[in-house]
Design a protein around this ligand. Structure first.
Ligand code: MLT
Ligand code: MN
Length: 306
């Protein structure tokens, strides 16, 4: 199985359009330690020919152009993109679906709750249902991914609930949404029959069940949104903690590094990284700390072979 990181940053990307912070300024100015990154997404393939996208980021058009294996290879109109699997209803996970209009056949897999978010937003009808089939994923059930004409892609996904919240635009003003473990926010185990890759771009906490699921895994791509829970508040760029946004932090006693320390995961990769997180900078002490703990920080174009 091949996996290509199409985008490694969180919603807003790096640099974010309205951020004038030092890291975003560096990314904009071409500082080599502040490599720009687009919004989180990964492409996976079992055969090097047909690709399944894990989420459809708002930057998908750019991501396709910068990834040669995703360019059309046959006839006047075609695409190696055979399927899209969604992990939630956040803007940064679904807006790229609008890029995939133009009556190109592919299959859209999501849980019932995420499908209902799309169903409620008529703009997504631009993916005509006679061309783009919408298939429901059930939690904890293996689902083979099909190619548009029904042949197997060689990949199977197993969706599982992780602690998370409803999408930002569905929150009610002034109310704090509950953190829940439902089919609203999921992780994916993607398998080609030989190897399994976990994709978990948003996760509010490590639960015992999630730890048991990930123990001994070959590769995990995991939520790296914030370094510390209150970093956006302290920097004066936001009023919310990471937890309030549905993300556990990388550092600290309840953080991702600590949570994974006993799990014996062979390849650990942080992605969905917010532009406030210092691990984005190649020369930061925080980057050195995650690498010393055995983690890689994802970048656009990073490839994993399993
Ligand atoms: C998040 O990961 O917290 C969301 O993508 C935020 C957003 O919708 O911008
Ligand atoms: Mn996000």
């Amino acid at each position: 199985m091949r996996a290509i990181v199409l985008g490694a940053a969180a919603g807003g990307a790096f640099p974010q359009w309205n951020s004038n912070g030092p890291a975003c300024r560096g990314a904009r100015a071409g500082d080599p330690v502040a490599r720009p990154r687009t919004q989180a997404s990964v492409a996976v393939s079992a055969d090097d020919e047909n690709w399944t996208l894990l989420t459809a980021s708002p930057d998908l058009r750019q991501q396709i152009e910068q990834t040669p294996v995703l360019h059309p290879q046959h006839s006047q109109r075609s695409s190696p993109i055979a399927a899209v699997v969604l992990t939630g209803g956040d803007v940064d996970a679904i807006a790229g679906l609008l890029t995939l209009r133009e009556r190109q056949r592919f299959t859209l897999y999501a849980t019932p709750q995420v499908h209902s978010v799309l169903d409620d937003n008529p703009i997504f009808e631009v993916l005509a249902r006679d061309v783009v089939a919408r298939e429901a994923l059930q939690l904890d059930q293996d689902r083979p991914i099909d190619l548009p004409h029904g042949a197997p892609s060689g990949l199977t996904v197993r969706p599982f609930a992780v602690p998370g919240k409803i999408p930002l635009y569905l929150e009610r003003q002034g109310e704090t949404p509950e953190l829940v473990e439902t089919d609203q926010t999921i992780g994916l185990a993607v398998s080609d029959g030989a190897a399994t890759l976990f994709y978990i771009p948003g996760c509010a906490a490590m639960t015992p069940a999630l730890a048991a699921r990930l123990r001994g895994a070959a590769a995990v791509l995991f939520d790296g949104t914030l370094w510390t829970d209150d970093e956006m508040i302290r920097a004066g760029i936001g009023a919310k903690t990471g937890l309030r946004m549905g993300h556990m932090s990388v550092s600290g006693p309840d953080g991702t590094l600590a949570a994974f320390a006993p799990l014996d995961v062979r390849q650990r990769v942080l992605l969905h990284i917010n532009n406030s997180n210092p691990i984005l900078l190649d020369d930061s002490p925080e980057r050195a700390q995650v690498e010393a703990a055995g983690w890689q920080v994802a970048f656009d174009g990073m490839e994993l072979r399993l």
